[in-house]
Ligand binder design. Structure first.
Ligand code: GTP
Length: 320
């Protein structure tokens, strides 16, 4: 058992802070080498670009949700990784915010090849302290992610009052009294609390889902949640983009669960990374566009009742 490679499944609803936690893990001077598998919901790959870690190998799985259609891909990637055993110490799988962690965890027990070489170390769930209460009402995935967690990172404590925080924690405890829970800002936590936990508890999971080890475990997505993405093959004008996006999330923030983009601002040598969760926006200049790299601007919205045409028109109008 001890020579099996530990796998950490990192989950949590859209925008909770999974990538923030992943980047923190990868940036710390731990002397370990991780293989990272990132699965994203959306047509345009953005998440991969948001993960730091020059040394790490990042495998992207697009075009579907990890827990459904691309489970075959996950098995294939893990199999491929196993052929290079010794080159890394652990595997981290970041799921999409809409994934049900159960079938992902199941892969590590059901597939013979995978289960003989890897060991599910823990399901780590990042929770958005500000939005969990709302999501428990309308997103079954959010509840499953909490229920399946071995470790819960109750993140964004800066966005709520102490009373609200206690209320969210009580909601979490009602769903999952067993997981180790940590309160964080910007997912700031000692990585020993996240990795190498040896915490995945099959017995508890079987209590939760008696058919966990049986084939044909199906998960139905919230079909209302869709992703739309747009690319401008060049620069955008920040003086147009900023007011547009600010107005947009003020008006449509309830429907827009998540937004992100990597933009080439006119006259700016660095990329501008823009992120939103409902109406809360965040933006930063990050790395330079590389010499020879095509400057382009892409943006993704994930949410309910999104008006693709209006969004596209609005974004295209921001072109420089
Ligand atoms: N105020 C506040 N913002 C945070 C905190 N942690 C993360 N964020 C911001 O929340 C946004 C989403 O963070 P991510 O780490 O990308 O979230 P994610 O779970 O990976 O998102 P998806 O992969 O799209 O589901 C970013 O703008 C972060 O900067 C926090 O503790 N407080």
């Amino acid at each position: 058992m001890s020579d099996k490679i530990p796998v950490t499944v990192l989950t949590g609803y859209l925008g909770a802070g999974k990538t923030t936690l992943l980047n923190r893990i990868l940036s710390e001077p731990h002397g370990k080498k991780f293989a990272v598998v990132v699965n994203e919901f959306g047509e345009v790959g953005i998440d991969n670009d948001l993960v730091v870690g020059a040394d790490e190998e990042v495998f992207e799985m697009n075009n579907g949700c990890i827990c459904c259609t691309v489970r075959g891909d996950l098995i294939r990637i893990i199999d491929g990784l196993m052929k290079r055993k010794g080159q890394f110490d652990a595997i981290i799988v970041e799921t999409t915010g809409l994934a049900d962690p159960a079938p992902v965890a199941q892969t590590f027990f059901m597939d013979e090849d995978v289960s003989s070489k890897t060991r599910l170390d823990a399901v780590v769930t990042v929770v958005d302290a500000k939005w969990l209460t709302e999501r428990l009402k309308d997103a079954p995935e959010a509840k499953n992610q909490v229920a399946f967690a071995d470790v819960i990172i109750l993140n964004k404590t800066d966005l709520v009052t102490p009373e609200e925080l206690s209320a969210v924690e009580a909601q979490i405890r009602a769903i999952n009294p067993y997981a180790k829970l940590h309160r964080t800002q910007r997912a700031s936590i000692d990585i020993a609390e996240v990795l190498g936990r040896n915490a995945f508890d099959l017995d508890r999971v079987l209590e939760l889902e008696p058919d966990f080890l049986e084939e044909g475990h199906h998960h139905h997505h919230d079909e209302d949640v869709k992703s739309v993405s747009f690319t401008i093959p060049g620069d955008v004008d920040p003086a147009k983009f900023m007011p547009w996006v600010n107005d947009l999330v003020q008006q449509e923030g309830a429907n827009i669960l998540r937004s992100k983009g990597i933009l080439a601002f006119q006259g700016e040598p660095k990329r501008f990374v823009f992120q939103g969760v409902h109406m809360i926006l965040d933006g930063d200049l990050t790395q330079d566009w590389k010499p020879g790299e095509k400057r382009q601007s892409k943006i993704v919205f994930i949410g309910r009742n999104l008006d693709r045409e209006a969004l596209n028109k609005g974004f295209l109008a921001c072109a420089a």
